[in-house]
Design a protein around this ligand. Sequence first.
Ligand code: PFF
Length: 451
Amino acid sequence: MSASRDGFTSTFGVLVATLGSAVGLGNIWKFPYMTGTNGGASFLVVYVLATLLVALPVMIVEIMLGRASRANAVTTFEVLAPKKQRFWPVIGYMGLIAAVLILAFYTGVAGWVFAYIFKSITGSIHSTDPASAKAAFGALVSNPLEALFWQWVVLAWAGTIIMMGVSKGIEAAAKKLMPILFLLLILLCIRSLTLPGAMEGVKFLFAPDFSKITASVILTAVGLAFFKLSIGMGTMLTYGSYFRTEQNIPLTATRVMLADLSVSLLAGLAIFPAVFSFGFEPAAGPSLVFMTIPAVFASMPFGQFFMALFFILAAIAATGAILSIMEVPVAMLSERFKFSRKKATLLTLGVIGLFGIPASLSSSLTASWTLFGLNPFDLFDYISSNILMPIGGILICLFVGWVYGLPQLQKQLSNDGQLNNGVIIKAVFILVRYITPTLILVIMLKGLGLI
Ligand code: PFF
């Protein structure tokens, strides 16, 4: 393809590609398991607030910066910041580190999904019994070679696709498959909600017990909101650089946020009623989805077929997210450091493969390599979601609120006066100048126990 300034070709294409980055294992795997480990409904309430007050404004201005500069996350700040302020490209470099850390564990989880496609076809995970579901998952993740093999399959798959280019590869796949995943989730919800004892799960998800909220739970919710909307590390900025001039950024971001939230809620409704009905442990952690989803399918007609289809679609959703994260280093290396796109992709894959090893072996050989009580898998997740992305979010807000300024923001978000959205722009400006960065900072410091 012709370098990375290839862009999205239609308004609808922009929406689905952006959604393709947001929707992924975060909805199907991370949101349910974190809701399960952090107290259910009360976590959901904090998460929704974090999405509205923190994540959405950051998403809008991050996309805006990319479209304004039409460049990668480092170059953007070199171009848009005043000559004397040489500090801002740090945001791009931090994003690069976050991208590597996220991909190290995310491609591992995507590998489990790929493995589950095959396991659902062979029928080896077709069971509603918690003990055998746990054993099946345990066998996969505690086998170092199997875990690594599947992660490398994912890396090879992603590498092949990314070399095909932005508009062709990502847009085409996302456009066709997203609606099918949505329908399949609805089907799962119906089955899960009609299981005996399903109401317990609904209560867990929607009847909040606010005593479960602590500073670290709030930080986790904010981290999840960043992770979910792919913000604070240059991914949305890089995607924004492919946005069309006439695209309505606040509207697109809001739509993506709402659609993304719906998918997460559907996943929650597909999982928690079944968790309680079959007697799984809601706080099981990263294994939750891989144990519960097969159980729901095992209790419906044609379950084996639908389960294989579900994991295929989950793998495709994961791919959309992976490609979008890879776009951060690939666009940066190819534009800013003049690598060919092919070399940039290969180098990125190599580095992820390296960091992926300790992450993927976290249930076996590297389980005892802990720092602050976290194994490599959890540590990479914690550092990226709860530290790097929120700091990136603060810096992006400060840059737009105090350096880039209101007149420029108005010009960009109104598409040079074409759109009549002055009130929204002012609200976004006040949020990113004062409220959002303060909130993130306080939550981070409290959540990390520093104040
Ligand atoms: N938003 C994706 C998900 O929820 O699965 C994950 C992700 C994609 C995180 C892109 C960060 C990112 F830059």
